[in-house]
Design a protein around this ligand. Structure first.
Ligand code: FAD
Length: 500
């Protein structure tokens, strides 16, 4: 008799969704987390009265997360105090122009008209196309397994309307955006979203060009910080007996005769279970926790060939003034071509300049209770950060980078900032790796291009270890809070199908 029916390694949103759903299937579930709190990349920590989000700062596509809660007899809105974010974002362009994108499509058309009347038609065509694609993607692509050719064929058979959009899968983000928009300032304002999926516009597959549209379907922040979302999932699981054990790193997955039998923690404790669900980086999980000796050589070669996704350094700022911003999200953008140049000439060469582009997430705009009265928090998502810096290290550069980035932000985006920083910290790719054990600080686990998608991404049901299932960013459908929640539903469905 095993100690548990299912052990989930990692309390990220994917792991908690799977754990909670399995508990609702009547299974005895243990979620084991190495960190001191739940949520992984979607979490919130405290610093002297300030609540700061570690990574994720909003969610799009709330319906997907709602489906997970509905399966547990409740709703997303009942379990998590959600704050609607509107406008979706503002973009401050490199030349200083500001464009604000309200949630309303019509108001967005007006905002585009004020800058580029020639692109209003393009916006209307783009939003119509993306509305259809998003609907098909949510119902089909997101929540259907895609581990092998058969499953991919079934995915498209279940949602044939997806086929109408297949040219986007073979185009680039840049190609799709340029098809609809001509004005370089509008194009720039829609460029940074390509890093929401982890690659620059020229390299990211075109279907991700739906991201700027999908924000108009509604985006939300969680009151009290983004940790509210994983906590909501945790609560639902705990109602059905799911246990969550923190500060307990898993060292090994126990394998006997090709079957996962439980886990061994770093302190040597062994816990047995009928099933193991991994929510951690799948390349690391297979190569380190399972061990190469249990993996067929072809699969080993395949696993080693996976590229980790990019890392994103975050600058956390606690302030004693109201920053001169208007919205929850302000994108600091550069022209689209410059993002591709940055990737080739800075990121790939290990250079991280203080002159930055990225997102200013002014979370206290949506929820003032995150900071003492009159104080504010901004989490700055910076440009992609190379894991290794050329000729130096992140630890060595950190103090100077904090100072120089604050100076840069003060000068270009946030006048007065320098005088009002009560506390500043930079989470580098190396810090993310230490904090979350995500190799190289990868924010979406594995790259999100075609060779890492669908049946090429590690399979939700392990192909070579029985009783081992995968959830989270490194399996289909990939990174992002709604998407990893979808992966939790996929794993729970597969387990219900194969493990009764
Ligand atoms: C900086 C940043 C900004 C982002 N912004 C957004 C956003 O605004 N909106 C959005 O939707 N998405 C955003 N994302 C992406 C999104 O947050 C992630 O894709 C998603 O939360 C990942 O969930 P996951 O289930 O894959 O697990 P993760 O969040 O990766 O969690 C995995 C968990 O496993 C634990 N773990 C690792 N190794 C072990 C071990 N050996 N033993 C036990 N536990 C272990 C880790 O501590 C962690 O808690 C962002 C990500 C980052 C990093």
């Amino acid at each position: 008799m095993s100690d548990y029916n299912a052990i989930v390694i990692g309390a990220g949103c994917g792991g908690l969704t799977a754990g909670a759903l399995l508990a609702h299937q009547g299974r005895k579930v243990l979620v084991i987390e190495q960190g001191e709190r739940v949520g992984g990349c979607c979490s919130t920590f405290e610093h002297k009265g300030y609540k700061i989000d570690l990574g994720a700062s909003i969610i799009e596509d709330p319906d997907v997360i709602d489906w997970a809660f509905q399966r547990m007899g409740t709703t997303f809105k009942k379990e998590v105090d959600l704050i609607p974010v509107d406008p979706a974002f503002s973009a401050i362009l490199n030349d200083g122009t500001k464009i604000t994108y309200p949630i309303s499509l019509e108001e967005t058309a007006d905002a585009i008209r004020a800058i580029a009347p020639e692109d209003v038609k393009g916006w209307e065509k783009y939003s119509k196309k993306m509305a259809g694609f998003l609907d098909a993607a949510l119902k089909g692509f997101f929540v259907t397994p895609a581990s092998n050719l058969g499953e991919v064929v079934r995915l498209f058979a279940k949602t044939p309307s997806l086929l109408k959009y297949n040219s986007m899968f073979f185009s680039s983000y840049e190609g799709v955006i340029r098809k609809y928009f001509k004005n370089e300032r509008i194009i720039e304002s829609l460029s940074f979203h390509s890093f929401y999926a982890g690659l620059p516009p020229a390299l990211l597959p075109g279907h991700f060009a739906m991201i700027p549209y999908s924000e108009h379907a509604g985006i939300y922040y969680s009151k009290g910080g983004m940790i509210g979302i994983p906590r909501g999932l945790q609560k639902c699981g705990e109602r059905k007996g799911m246990k969550v054990r923190l500060k307990s790193p898993v060292k090994k997955i126990l394998i006997e005769k090709g079957r996962a039998m439980g886990v061994m923690l770093e302190d040597g404790t062994e816990i047995t279970s009928d099933l193991v669900i991994s929510n951690i980086n799948s390349k690391k999980m297979y190569l380190d926790l399972v061990g190469e000796e249990h993996i067929p050589w072809m699969a080993r070669k395949g696993l080693k060939s996976y590229t980790y996704s990019m890392a994103t350094p975050m600058l956390y700022l606690c302030l004693n003034y109201t920053p001169p911003l208007t919205d929850h999200h302000t994108l600091m953008t550069v022209p689209m071509g410059k993002m591709d140049d940055y990737w080739e000439n800075f990121y790939k060469k290990g250079i991280f300049p203080a002159e930055q582009f990225g997102i200013l997430s002014w979370t206290t705009k949506s929820d003032p209770s995150l900071a003492p009265k009159g104080h504010h928090v901004i989490a700055v998502t910076l440009a992609p950060g190379p894991y290794k810096l050329q000729g130096t290290s992140w630890d060595r550069e950190k103090p100077a980078l904090i100072e120089n980035i604050i100076k840069f932000l003060s000068k270009k985006y946030l006048p007065g900032l320098e005088k009002h920083v009560v506390h500043a910290d930079l989470s580098t790719p190396v810090d993310f790796e230490k904090r979350l054990r995500s190799p190289e600080g990868a924010i979406y686990a594995l790259r999100q291009d075609l060779p890492h998608s669908l049946m090429f991404r590690p399979s939700a049901r392990s192909r070579f270890i029985k009783g081992l299932y995968l959830v989270g960013a490194s399996t289909h459908p990939g990174g992002g809070v709604p998407t990893v929640t979808a992966s939790g539903m996929i794993a729970a469905d597969l387990i219900e199908k194969y493990e009764r």
